[in-house]
Ligand binder design. Sequence first.
Ligand code: AR6
Length: 172
Amino acid sequence: MTLSDRIMVLKGDITLVDAEAIVNAANSSLLGGGGVDGAIHTAAGPGLLEECRNLNGCAVGEAKVTGGHNLKARYVIHTVGPVWRGGARDEHELLASCYRNSLKLAADMKIKSVAFPAISTGVYGFPADQASLIAVKELRRILRREKFPQMVYLLAFSEQQYNLYIKTLKEC
Ligand code: AR6
């Protein structure tokens, strides 16, 4: 566990984190999938899918909020990361906007703590080092001017991802 201003790196399963909101790396249907999305829907129970059906999907880079249902977290912020297509298709800006829009929702709702998975770095293939830099830079930039959330957790699902976040936080 490492602290840097209001950003903390944690290792493990995001569904078990003690945060007021957790962020889901969803797809644009918002109707579930594999990876962290699958884990969140499984832990939240069928009520989450029911609520998601009413949201009419979500564009890449945008974010929408639901309740947490059976999760410990009170809210789930669903965001849709870009699929990596080589880096010249606006992927960097779209990933930054996932962090920006998710955090903006949390700030507007005065949510105290939010946990983020490494959006787009699994099935969507975004290079983890570049994604980590975008996450840290964007979160820091926004936290500088927002009082909420007071705490942001970066959830690393692997040792490698954990070390990468620590390195990024130290270097930028
Ligand atoms: N807790 C924390 N992180 C996790 C967990 C977990 N329980 N499970 C996986 N990760 P991915 P994407 C990490 O593939 O790349 C879904 O099918 C994982 O190791 O979940 O944004 C959606 O429906 C990786 O570091 O999301 C979309 O179709 C990170 O979470 C698509 O995958 C993101 O991996 C989205 O792809």
